[in-house]
Design a protein around this ligand. Sequence first.
Ligand code: CMX
Length: 439
Amino acid sequence: MILHEKISAQLPAWRERIKSLAKEHGEVVVDKVTVGQVIGGMRDIKSLLTDVSFVDPAHGILFRGMSIPELLKALPKARGGKMPMVGGLYYLLLVGEVPTREQALEVEAEWAKRAELPDYVHKMLKAMPRDTHPMILFTQAVMALARDSAFAKKYHEGMKKDDYWEPALEDSMNLTAKLPVVASFIYRLKYFGEKGKPKYNPRQDYGANFARMMKVPDKKGYAELSRLYFILHSDHESGNVSAHATHLVGSSLSDIYFAFAAGLSGLAGPLHGLANQECLAWLLDVHKKFGGVPTREQLYQFSWDTLNGGQVIPGYGHAVLRVPDPRFTAQMEFAKARFPDDDLVRLADMVFDVVPTVLKEQGKAKNPAPNVDAISGTLQYYYGVREFDFYTVLFGVGRALGVTANYIWSRALGMPIERPKSLTTKMLEDAVEKVKQAQ
Ligand code: CMX
């Protein structure tokens, strides 16, 4: 497989770099930790290693050093579309180079070979009560697929540490290939009562397959959105909950199915992946209250009412970013190029104009700009995917691409089990006292 070949060729040099850093420069200080950070969710502590992506507070996400506009331009486009093939993005994340069209198509072809959903997963999902949250079904399916893990099998047979990454790659290809099938099956089963297994078509790419299996009315348009959506949601460096949970669990040498199921469980939280459904609900509330797109003044007042009611404005603010999220910008451009007159797009655009002012006036949020969730639900809604609780599943399909790439490289570079140290409250108080006495 092309990905195996390309990663394998790079490994000796990467292993040497990591080994030399740890052995010869292990004592070099890269960060300090404050009491505020220990209490405050370890915010900003520089303590994770990944070369797959980096969030620059002033520019947003860089995938293997490339910004979103650069990457959308450089990656090979899907047949008949303007958006890149998702297979090309996966190649970039894993190999660190922009693929040729043929290389991207090879990844797509690998996925097509591996997309068949086993009968036991199909049966298990059908047996669940229909009112089960789609994120429960999605996580269950991923867990069930662990039955076929090549990594777990090889590990128990006795595998050398240097070889871990090979079955990790095998499992990750199988997992990422099956996720669009699993997600679209859950969608059609839960909301439409359809029980047939979706069929992956090897003549179509990842995005077109997903759009066809979802059975939305505008398959061509939705295929384009799916490509963009999965690419934009793939990775956001290692500290966010889904990426970090996957990494942490993977560091114990659990296979990628266990590790990604942990990541998905984190994605299901309202402060992480669930936020996009809340954002669309807020926009629809505005739309309903004013019988359409409100005036700027009405929106300004509504935003203040939300804050005064003790709520956050969903889709705005970010833990790391300090500018509008380029994932927001890319989706807004997509919408404006295709359906600029859609009411919700016009509303989201007005919110982008008004809410940062309101948040600045309130003076609390460190970043008053929009994040990715301020727009992603609006686009899904336009194409007819209006079941909000399904949106986190879509995020999960995209996020799998980044976290599996990280998992493979962590095994390839022999990353150890993660084990930070904890302290007691008394120890923190003693540390504060010591500083006071020294002053
Ligand atoms: N509306 C109102 N208040 C906000 C706010 C918003 N959109 N964003 C931040 N604040 C407030 C915080 O609640 C916090 O208030 P307190 O001091 O009273 O606790 C204060 O501003 C400082 O917060 P911050 O340091 O700027 O932001 P955090 O790193 O703590 O939190 C985030 C980041 C995203 C959870 C927060 O901005 C938020 O709740 N936004 C709305 C929900 C949302 O859009 N989530 C999607 C995140 C997208 C992603 O994970 O990629």
